[in-house]
Design a protein around this ligand. Structure first.
Ligand SMILES: [Fe+2]
Ligand SMILES: [Fe+2]
Length: 412
């Protein structure tokens, strides 16, 4: 044991260099950027990721990182056989074009809102086109997807905050857009290339297109479905994929999302009962986003559940219906307390989570809405719980907004 310990050395993150083997980042999995604690540093980006998460110090293993021969071997191993985790964390393709500059949440929110509503209008149009048997206007949808991607690159939390605004008439409409926003956020989070995010976003926004061909009374039935009705609902996957296949300029990955977003790694999904590795990253991300948005939305046959409950539900499905690693990445992106969660503080005040601090998922940015006596707080009073001056303030519980009769959308 001592022998092992002697090879370990704590160093400052800024002193890390390529080829060093990080033995421990000193954080739990949801509090650091990697899928595991131990990692050979093979790119400068990995060091930058640690800095972004506010990790100033790491423990390195000199035995595994000090021998040049070993380093080369490890790098070859990572680049060759490559573990699944590395494939997810590392972009395979280069990001084309100019990188988009990030901006603060407050600055992006109005622009993100505009982008969201414009995309909502386009979604309304293409769903109507599909119902009427007209072809989807792909370039128009693609343009909206590009705008969402730009906005998400500028500030991911602004996009995520908007999917809380669910006060619209038609479920498929907002759901289609929200699944696209969520998928794009996850794609950004795992450093997908722009092209991959583009295909992911397009597939996600069109994922339920086939529902336009399922009778309305079946889609919105309040009581339990007959086997025949359930088959009709399930058919939206194949119908949607067939509709898209006939549409020009649709990438294969987008068609695959439409067909396979209900597939699960244990083979329990549909329509093709795919398992494990047959379910690629596009399908997985869209599938997770689909379930999360469905759970957090009101349906005719059941009420929504709060964001953190939805995450808990999805977390329980890891290793069963969804790949464990991807569920963890999804949680990292959304936060333990996702935007829109109503929380109680140790001061007795009630606040709503506005955005997540990905370096400290338990300490998000919040806006106070009720004082300890339950009296509404007027004006915008925000707190970044990660800031030193608020370190005495902690989240002690999560509250279902319906118990207080609150509409949280007014706070975004
Ligand atoms: Fe679906
Ligand atoms: Fe869906």
């Amino acid at each position: 044991m001592n022998k092992i310990k002697n090879k370990l050395k704590k160093i400052r993150t800024e002193d890390l260099s390529l080829g060093m083997f990080v033995y421990d980042v000193g954080r739990k999995w949801f509090d650091h950027p990697w899928t595991k604690q131990k990692k050979l540093i093979t790119s400068k980006k990995e060091i930058e990721q640690l800095k972004e998460y506010g990790i100033d110090e790491v423990t390195i293993d000199l035995a595994r990182g000090s021998s040049p021969k070993k380093i080369v071997k490890e790098i070859e191993k990572l680049r060759g056989i490559s573990e699944k985790a590395e494939q997810i964390a590392e972009p395979v393709e280069e990001k084309p074009g100019e990188p988009v500059k990030t901006v603060p949440l407050e600055e992006e929110l109005p622009r993100a809102r505009e982008t969201y509503f414009s995309a909502l209008q386009t979604t309304r149009e293409f769903l109507a086109d599909a119902r009427a048997g007209r072809e989807v206007n792909v370039p128009k949808v693609q343009a909206n997807v590009e705008d969402i991607i730009d906005s998400t690159f500028r500030n991911r939390d602004a996009s995520l905050a908007l999917i809380k605004l669910k006060a619209y008439d038609e479920y498929t409409l907002t759901h289609s857009l929200n699944v696209a926003v969520l998928s794009i956020c996850i794609g950004c989070h795992v450093n997908f290339s722009r092209q991959k995010i583009r295909e992911l976003g397009l597939g996600a926004i069109l994922h339920d297109l086939g529902k336009t061909k399922v009778p309305y009374n079946i889609l919105n039935k309040r009581t339990s479905l007959t086997e025949k009705e359930f088959r009709a609902i399930k058919s939206h996957t194949v119908i949607g994929a067939n509709m898209l296949e006939k549409t020009k300029k649709i990438p294969g990955n987008a068609v695959s999302i439409a067909r396979h977003h209900h597939e699960r790694i244990d083979g329990s999904g549909y329509p093709d009962h795919l398992t494990e590795d047959q379910i690629d990253e596009f399908i997985t991300i869209a599938g997770l986003a689909d379930v999360y948005d469905a759970l957090t939305s009101d349906r005719v046959y059941r009420k929504s559940i709060p964001p953190h409950e939805a995450l808990k539900t999805i977390f329980a499905l890891r290793g069963k219906q969804f790949d464990t690693l991807w569920v963890e990445k999804f949680t990292q992106c959304l936060g333990i307390y996702p935007a829109g969660t109503l929380v109680k503080l140790n001061t007795g005040e009630i606040a709503v989570v506005r955005s997540v601090n990905r370096s400290t998922l338990l300490r998000p940015n919040i806006r106070l809405i009720l004082d300890p006596k339950g009296v509404p707080i007027f004006g915008v009073k925000t707190m970044n719980l990660d800031a030193a001056k608020f370190l005495d303030i902690n989240i002690v519980g999560v509250i279902d907004p319906r118990t207080l009769g609150l509409d949280l959308s007014i706070y975004f």
